[in-house]
Design a protein around this ligand. Structure first.
Ligand code: AMP
Ligand code: MG
Length: 390
């Protein structure tokens, strides 16, 4: 059994290599940028008014002004603004030559083609050329996971084709004689396969592609067949179940037979102790525990970072510091514990009702999992803990 930090450091040495591809920018949502995006223009591209109002010379602000013309957004003024003149101007329109001040409609008294400023002198209400983005600026950085806000930036700078990392392919295999698929009503002694679907969803959320191979019975032959197929097709292979100490927990042996070099097979973490990791020439293979909470958390802790590394995503971990709402005590302290917690109104955290690693609905409403290090059996109310959001 190795400490979690050591297991993590081992997996960090491995990453599937992901090439890059060019995509229409709208297809890049949720993908990881493989090249910086550079602006081909200034933003704003011209001095523009930030309000609906009147554009004039700063020194004329106290005079009654003649309105030369009305300028909608997208139209340029036909002549220069001279002394004692102004234009009526709409938000987003270019400031005419000669003008260097805009006062808002709300602060104006207009009558018979003339207008007076009747407000308090504040700012000029002009968005200056290039004040947001300069031509040549890097606006989106390599390694960024594309969000809807980034799509707006791409549209603004005309980045209609963007380079992204290809998504790793993650193969998923469930093992267990007791499993049936979700559409089947389980008979006595059976349960529905939830892990494969949870893992597929986690894989997609992490930005990778999931390929489901099905349920293998606890037989060497079946697991071997699915595993070898998955290894030949995928970058990462996830098996669930069959890695603990039971008579039918044969996954690590089958991994070896399939040519997987097992790097570790026990982690000092709770839940998730039997998590197994091995390397094959063609794929990286995880044997995840069968219990759904363990499988979920080990994916978040080990597999997701591997997917993110492969795609070059850097900002994936969401770990926050919170104060404990109450004292926390545990019996054994030989493993790092991950305890599902809720967030209270005052931003302190409190453990949720949790019956153990099979208690799948403990996670649905949980805010995150709190980390309790090895050797620590007691935490005091008000102590600061690391909480991984899930
Ligand atoms: P195992 O690691 O195979 O001993 O499984 C540990 C526990 O997780 C057992 O109670 C299994 O029935 C359960 N389990 C295993 N695989 C799955 C799965 N795919 N979906 C839901 N529960 C599972
Ligand atoms: Mg099993």
């Amino acid at each position: 059994m190795i400490p979690f930090e050591e297991a993590f450091a081992i997996t960090e040495k491995y990453k599937p290599s992901c090439e890059m591809e060019y995509l229409p920018f709208m297809d890049s949502i949720g993908r990881c940028l493989a090249e910086d995006i550079i602006s081909d223009i200034n933003m704003p591209p011209f001095n523009k008014t930030a309000v609906d109002g009147y554009a004039c010379r700063r020194e004329d602000i106290d005079k009654e002004l003649i309105i030369n013309e009305i300028i909608p957004a997208g139209v340029s003024a036909s002549k220069k603004v001279e002394e004692g003149e102004c234009v009526k101007i709409m938000t987003g329109a270019a400031i005419p030559e000669g003008a260097n001040w805009v006062f808002q409609v709300e602060d104006a008294q207009e009558e018979n083609g003339r207008v007076r400023f009747a407000g308090k002198v504040g700012k000029d209400n002009i968005a200056k050329i290039g004040e947001d983005i300069h031509k040549g600026d890097m606006v989106l950085k390599t390694g960024k996971m594309v969000k809807p806000q980034d799509i707006a930036i791409m549209a603004t700078v005309g980045a209609v084709k963007v380079a992204v990392k290809k998504q790793p392919l993650v193969g998923i295999i469930s093992t267990g004689n007791e499993l049936v698929e979700p559409h089947v009503k389980p008979a006595a002694s059976q349960i529905r396969n939830s892990n494969a679907y949870q893992l597929m969803a986690q894989t997609r959320r992490a930005g990778a592609r999931a390929l489901y191979y099905g349920i293998a019975a606890d037989s060497e032959k079946e697991i071997f067949k699915m595993l070898t197929e998955a290894i030949s097709e995928c970058d990462i292979v996830l098996l669930t179940g069959g890695v603990s100490m039971g008579d039918f927990d044969i996954v690590p042996d089958v991994m070896k037979r399939a040519g997987v070099n097992i790097i570790f097979d026990r982690i000092a973490v709770q839940p998730g102790k039997p998590t197994t990791f091995g390397v094959h020439d063609r794929a990286l293979v995880f044997g995840l525990p069968g219990n759904p909470v363990s499988s979920f958390l080990q994916f978040e802790l080990l597999v997701k970072p591997m997917i993110c590394r492969a795609m070059g995503v850097t900002d994936f971990d969401r770990i926050r510091k919170h104060k404990l709402a109450d004292d926390y005590i545990r019996k054994h302290n030989d493993r790092m514990a991950l305890v599902p917690v809720n967030l209270k109104r005052d931003e302190t955290v409190v453990p949720v009702e949790y019956h153990g690693s099979a208690h799948i609905n403990a996670l649905t409403d949980a805010y995150g999992v709190m980390k309790v290090p090895i050797g620590v059996s007691e935490l005091k109310k008000g102590e600061i803990v690391d909480v991984r959001q899930i």
